[in-house]
Design a protein around this ligand. Structure first.
Ligand code: ZN
Length: 153
């Protein structure tokens, strides 16, 4: 049995890839360049390329206190799931505002015009998953195949 620790940044095996992104509170170490912004921002990490994901993109986000997205966006093909894991803020979708905090999960369809802001005085943390809208044809019990008891040694 091979035991991998997560002190290495990346570990891959036959049927998996593992990437240690670090603590969410330290996501500021990652730089993100958006073509609409003059300067790179910090605190957004896209994990698709680090893991070789093939059906989704996922970002880990730390959004500082007091910051607002300077522009809205929608999507061409992908729906998005925002999972808020810490802090407080607001999500604007079309003309509606949703208060968000740890545990808030929001799906936004392709055409939803969205933005978020952190109107609190602590950092806001969220995970965003995007995948092609209407592409999921089976999941969980329809797709999972139960096997035998796990052997840990
Ligand atoms: Zn998006």
């Amino acid at each position: 049995m091979v035991v991998h620790t997560t002190d290495k940044k990346k570990v891959t095996g036959t049927n998996f890839s593992c990437f240690q992104a670090g603590k969410f509170s330290e996501l500021g170490q990652y730089e993100f360049k958006h073509p609409k912004l003059e300067k790179p921002t910090h605190g957004k990490l896209l994990v698709k390329d680090n893991l070789g994901l093939t059906g989704m993109q996922v970002s880990l986000n730390r959004f500082p206190a007091g910051r607002s997205m300077p522009f809205t966006h929608s999507h061409k093909e992908n729906e998005e799931l925002y999972i808020f894991v810490g802090g407080k803020g607001q999500m604007l979708i079309d003309r509606e505002i949703i208060e968000v905090s740890e545990g808030t999960c929001i799906r936004v369809g392709t055409r939803g015009v969205r933005a978020w802001r952190n109107n609190s005085n602590e950092d806001l943390y969220f995970i965003c998953v995007q995948a092609k809208e209407n592409s999921l044809h089976q999941d969980t019990l329809d797709d999972g195949v139960a096997g035998g008891a796990p052997s840990w040694d």
